[in-house]
Design a protein around this ligand. Structure first.
Ligand code: CMP
Length: 190
């Protein structure tokens, strides 16, 4: 899949986001270079630039095991993301259960943990403008049957359970989830 012109256009940041509360944790500690298309940085812009520019993704065991990690990363990079941290690992049951703890009471929790521990996966911290919302657009709906053309899940997922990729759903969860996999020293500065 060499061309991503079919991807939906991405939302851009609003000026009303400028005074967002600064985020805590490893992502917030990293100095972040501003993108060339951004307005000149002011003292009020600093925390805004940090908040919202990073997110956490996991290339899940189905996609990683099928040798699709490279294709997925290529799509993410073509969508404007830069990799700030990456690792490969095989989650334990305790780790998967903790990561998805918010879903503990859901009927699919056991299936989800079993799947996430079925093979190695690849967590990454990604950076670009409006990172959380943009990544969720690029990966597509949870169920690949409902995912838009050109999205990661439309291309590489087989079912709602085995759906190729995870992405944080808010800036707060991006910080928490990044901290789950990475120490501050694992994350590229700048
Ligand atoms: P993810 O974005 O990683 O966040 C929670 C995950 O739970 C989701 O992707 C799916 O993989 C999984 N999930 C959600 N709903 C179901 C379901 N009905 N059956 C199995 N897995 C599900």
């Amino acid at each position: 899949y060499g061309d991503h012109r079919d991807l939906p256009s991405f939302p851009t940041r609003r000026s009303s986001d400028l005074h967002r509360t600064p985020i805590a944790g490893p992502l917030a500690e990293q100095p972040i270079r501003r993108m060339p298309d951004e307005a000149p940085r002011s003292h009020l812009d600093r925390n805004h630039t940090m908040a919202g520019r990073r997110t956490l993704t996991i290339i899940k065991p189905d996609a990683f095991g099928a040798g699709k990690a490279g294709l997925i990363i290529a799509l993410l990079e073509k969508s404007g993301f830069r990799i700030k941290a990456a690792r490969v690992m095989h989650l334990t049951t305790a780790q998967a259960g903790e990561f998805y703890g918010v879903h503990r009471e859901r009927g699919f929790f056991g299936e989800l943990v079993e799947f996430m521990t079925s093979g190695p996966c690849m967590p990454l911290i990604l950076e670009r403008d409006d990172a959380v919302a943009t990544l969720r657009t690029v990966i597509g709906a949870t169920d690949p049957a409902e995912a838009a053309e050109g999205t990661v899940r439309k291309l590489y997922a087989e079912s709602k359970g085995k759906n190729a990729i995870h992405a944080s759903d808010s800036d707060e969860n991006a910080v928490r989830e990044a901290g789950f996999f990475f120490a501050e020293s694992d994350v590229l500065a700048g």
